[in-house]
Design a protein around this ligand. Structure first.
Ligand code: C2E
Ligand code: SIN
Ligand code: SIN
Ligand code: SIN
Ligand code: FE
Ligand code: FE
Length: 377
């Protein structure tokens, strides 16, 4: 490879406590074209290495203070990932010392007095190996960088996809809400009824331990409970006074009409909405409409919606009646336990009352001359 074709360049760190030896090696290496750094102790060598690094370390084994073995171990311990070749220079041909040098991580050994050509050949070899490792490390780093970039791009794409799914979900939710408003705004001009009612449903669902996805679905589906009011003429829906029995019969049709509008979809929120539209006026004691279902014959979501819907209808102004005082509304809710409402769910409703009232505070009816176009929080 290109770098290895000029192996005589490189930085060699010579570590020896004998000044004579340092000078001799320095001269030899400089003549060969190497850059040379000198250290007279192990401590100095490590300081030099951490500052400038080296392509090969020529290391004396026997030194006062830190021995060559110590230095070599330090290099292996602290310069992991950086290949730093270490060549030991031993005064004697000491097999035991060499074995320990190997264990400490040495790459090669030279004996004093050394043969110059042999020394240069070994150093050249070490520097080549060093270049090779450096190159590999660099390629690995570039590869990792590229991988990280791709990963970031992928994550970015996933995030955008998730966002667009969220947008779609939000727009579906908003579509549902706006269609529900179309049915509702004739008799509920501020539109806050749906905001409150759907959140009351969610609160009750949470308190009975339904999973969060179902609770959220219920919040999204319950605003459709009165879409059937679209089929009720103004003269009845907006009648300022009490309905005659015939008018009320027509009015009651909104449950069946809403059900027919919504039924038949495979989408979970719409299935849920169909059930709620159909059953939100059933009563626990069987005196509700349209089918006179009784107790647990009434689907759970319908029983929940009944409580949320009536509580909010009572405390809201309607064309036919002013808003009730909160205490009066709560009183009627309480006395309707077991007649109109599922007794267990009414208990849950009262247990959750602080949360219900917080929603009521948050979505107060403001006078709104133009019901259409008001924002959907
Ligand atoms: P809404 O006004 O949203 O009321 C929903 C439910 O809340 C009612 O279902 C009823 O159970 C309860 N509710 C609301 N206001 C009162 C009230 O002043 N007293 C009592 N005891 N309960 C109340 P309901 O009765 O089946 O009525 C369904 C829908 O029929 C009402 O929805 C409303 O749109 C209409 N409606 C009911 N009664 C009258 C009326 O006397 N005049 C007119 N114009 N519309 C009425
Ligand atoms: C080292 O020996 O200095 C690090 C390990 C290697 O790159 O070979
Ligand atoms: C409403 O006005 O949304 C509630 C009326 C009903 O549930 O019939
Ligand atoms: C309905 O009662 O309107 C639908 C049946 C069900 O979902 O339980
Ligand atoms: Fe209704
Ligand atoms: Fe309602």
């Amino acid at each position: 490879m290109e770098i290895a074709s000029r192996p005589e360049t490189g930085r060699i760190l010579v570590v020896d406590d004998e000044a004579m030896m340092r000078r001799l090696l320095e001269k030899l290496l400089r003549m060969e074209g190497y850059e040379v750094a000198l250290a007279s102790s192990g401590e100095q060598a490590l300081a030099e290495l951490s500052k400038h690094g080296a392509d090969t370390v020529l290391l004396d084994m026997r030194m006062p203070g830190m021995t060559g073995l110590d230095v070599c171990r330090q290099i292996r311990a602290h310069r992991r990932g950086l290949h730093t070749p270490v060549v030991f220079i031993t005064a004697v041909n000491d097999r035991e010392l060499r074995r320990r040098g190997m264990e400490a991580g040495a790459d090669d050994f030279l004996s004093k007095p050394f043969d110059e050509v042999e020394l240069l050949a070994r150093i050249r070899n070490c520097v080549r190996v060093k270049r090779y490792y450096d190159n590999l490390a660099q390629q690995k780093e570039q590869l990792e960088l590229a991988v990280n970039e791709r990963t970031a791009a992928l994550n970015d794409a996933i995030a955008r996809l998730t966002q667009s799914q969220l947008d779609l979900r939000n727009s579906q939710e908003e579509t549902i809400y706006r269609l529900s408003r179309a049915a509702e705004f004739r008799d509920d001009e501020t539109g806050q009824h749906l905001q409150r009612m759907s959140r009351y449903c969610q609160i009750i669902a949470r308190h009975i331990g339904l999973d969060e996805v179902t609770c959220e679905l219920l919040r999204i589906a319950s605003p459709m409970h009165d879409v059937g009011k679209l089929g009720i003429p103004d003269r009845i829906l907006l009648k300022p006074g009490r309905l005659t029995p015939d008018e009320f019969t027509i009015m009651k049709g909104h449950a069946e009409i809403g059900y027919r509008i919504l039924v038949g979809s495979d989408a979970t929120p719409l299935k849920m909405a169909a059930t709620i539209a159909h059953t939100h006026h059933e009563k626990w004691d069987g005196n509700g409409y349209p089918r006179g279902l009784k107790g647990e014959e009434i689907p759970l979501f319908g029983r929940i919606a009944a409580i949320a819907d009536v509580f909010d209808a009572l405390t809201s102004a309607r064309p036919y009646k002013p808003a009730w005082l909160l205490d009066d509304a709560l009183q009627l809710m309480r006395t309707s336990r077991g007649t109109h409402f599922d007794p267990t769910l009414i208990d849950v409703f009262f247990a959750a009352l602080p949360e219900v009232l917080a929603i009521r505070e948050r979505f107060v009816d403001a006078p709104a001359p133009h019901p259409v176009g008001e924002q959907h929080p």
